[in-house]
Design a protein. Structure first.
Length: 329
């Protein structure tokens, strides 16, 4: 399928579900952007709390600000389904997908557009963001990059695959023509987590990624969100398994040699097993802990040093944890 792109138009797509208490801040921040032209596409994914009414009440404000506004409602299907719906309406040359609880700083769009125009080798540009809590949204001390030294790597595929990257949607902007080359019919795997990995990894495999070492958005860290769910062992395990399946599906969608595909899938599985080891330790699940450690040993993967002391423990996990606590103090 061929798409027509309007030169220099930026498309912003937001998938939203029940964000009544947050969404006005995002909408205000889009109107305050220093860059034009912008089209804004909001996909309401079956909200029941009045979010849809709030978003639609901004129609006149967007018009007055010179922003083309599209509002779409659909039955709740999850963030990936909402994004795919939004993608079908995108006509811009560039795309960014801020979520309803994100806030864009005034030059967020402008500075990322300038970067992509000055770096034609990059399919994506990421910018840093401030991580804040609802309790103190004005306290901007923590960058979500944590000044990680790999943040400047232009060949960024492996870092991203190992979750050593920035996946907050508001931080990233991409070229739609290259997205259409890597994502047939603008489709991704239907899931309720990790859509940004599916969007970015195929682009990172084939093209460069740039980085702006400046926070250009605000990321709200809140419990109960998709990225920070309430935690139980069952939730952690299900999320880990789903995340692995999403990464496997994404890798299989990329045109790469089979031996490379198997290498990357093995690295993903090792990362997942490391998470399972940690979950076993945290939630007192000895079988989960031991199975994960056995997998890592079988694949000659380094084990965190303090887990090696498990051979000295007795059968009860609480005795193991007490021993470890003494060792790492």
């Amino acid at each position: 399928m061929k798409y027509n792109y309007q030169d220099n138009l930026v498309s912003l797509v937001t998938p939203g579900w029940n964000g009544k208490q947050f969404v006005h801040r995002l909408l205000d921040s889009i109107i305050a952007q220093t860059y034009r032209p912008i089209e804004y596409i909001y996909v309401d994914d079956g909200s029941t709390d009045g979010t849809a009414e709030i978003v639609q009440s901004y129609k006149e404000q967007f018009k007055n600000a010179g922003i083309d506004f599209k509002f779409i409602q659909q039955k709740n299907g999850g963030v990936s389904e909402a994004l795919m719906t939004g993608f079908q309406h995108v006509t811009g040359k560039y795309l960014s997908c801020p979520e309803y609880d994100d806030i864009l700083l005034p030059t967020s769009v402008e500075k990322r557009i300038q970067y992509l125009q000055n770096h034609p080798d990059c399919a994506v540009v990421s910018a840093d963001a401030w991580g804040v809590t609802e309790a103190n949204i004005e306290e901007r001390k923590n960058k979500i990059s944590h000044n990680n030294p790999n943040r400047f790597d232009r060949n960024h595929f492996y870092q991203a695959l190992m979750s050593n990257s920035i996946f907050n949607a508001a931080c990233n902007m991409l070229r739609m023509d290259l997205f259409d080359q890597t994502h047939t019919d603008r489709k991704i795997f239907s899931s309720r987590i990790a859509p940004n990995q599916q969007i970015l990894l195929p682009l990172y495999f084939h093209y460069n990624r740039g980085f702006i070492d400046e926070p250009l958005s605000i990321f709200l860290i809140r419990q109960g969100s998709v990225s920070h769910p309430q935690k139980t062992l069952e939730i952690e395990l299900n999320r880990g398994i789903e995340y692995r399946n999403i990464l496997f599906h994404t890798l299989e969608s990329i045109n790469m040699p089979n031996d490379l595909l198997e290498l990357y899938k093995r690295r993903v599985e090792i990362n997942v097993q490391k998470d399972f080891v940690l979950f076993g330790y945290i939630y007192n699940d000895l079988a989960l802990l031991e199975n994960g450690l056995r997998f890592l040993e079988q694949h000659n993967e380094a084990i965190p040093e303090y887990y090696l002391y498990r051979k000295k423990m007795k059968s009860k996990l609480f005795q193991f944890r007490r021993y470890i606590s003494r060792k790492i103090k």
